[in-house]
Design a protein around this ligand. Structure first.
Ligand code: SF4
Ligand code: SF4
Length: 193
């Protein structure tokens, strides 16, 4: 097999549409400049908990491994601290790309995105309603949405948090809820979600 044939087979194994999608993200085309130096992984405070390090995620993106990237727990482990983006010698917007990968996973209703999606949806609903989060409602609704059977076993934790004053029974509203709703609506419009 000559080199050209090998290249054709290699490109067929890659999901080139995935690369196109990533390159269309503002700043996404910079992934081509990744030199696999590992500075991002070395700077990341939670890389120890990741399935793949940020450096590996970028190698997987460049290899067109769509499912592996979008099903990776790494994108959900990322704490959005921007440390990696700040230190990347190629000025790749790593954190923004992680956000974009999360949004793609949510849009495709990937299994591992479901809990994060439920949490963010309930959080936004609460903020839209009262102008601020209410931890007790968030926790109860999230448990019921993500793991209804686990809600019963989590009850003692909830009770302990309540008795220590960490879970207030009643939420409070901000004064200008309408103004805040406009901000959330604008953010959703800009974010396309
Ligand atoms: S720090 Fe930047 S150039 Fe280095 S591996 Fe990470 S993304 Fe690639
Ligand atoms: S933004 Fe995410 S990937 Fe980058 S260093 Fe912070 S936690 Fe790690």
């Amino acid at each position: 097999m000559n080199g050209a044939q090998q290249t054709v087979i290699y490109e067929q194994a890659m999901d080139l549409r995935f690369l196109d999608e990533i390159y269309r993200i503002p700043g996404g085309e910079k992934i081509k400049d990744c030199i696999q130096c590992g500075t991002c992984s070395g700077s990341c405070p939670v890389s120890w908990a990741m399935e793949e390090t940020p450096r590996q995620v970028f190698a997987m993106i460049r290899a067109g491994m769509r499912d592996k990237v979008l099903d990776s727990l790494t994108i959900w482990t990322c704490a959005s601290c921007y440390q990696c983006a700040h230190r990347c010698p190629q000025e790749i917007k790593i954190t923004d790309i992680m956000y974009m990968l999360k949004r793609m996973a949510i849009r495709e209703n990937r299994q591992r995105s479901k809990k994060a999606n439920a949490l963010s949806r309930i959080f936004v609903e609460l903020v839209n309603k009262n102008g601020r989060n209410h931890e007790t409602t968030l926790m109860v609704r999230f448990m019921l949405a993500a793991n209804p059977f686990g809600a019963v076993s989590a009850a003692p934790i909830g009770l302990s948090l309540y008795t220590h004053g960490r879970l207030p029974l009643f939420g409070r509203k901000v004064r200008d809820v309408q103004g805040l709703r406009k901000i959330v609506a604008k953010a959703q419009e800009l974010g396309g979600e």
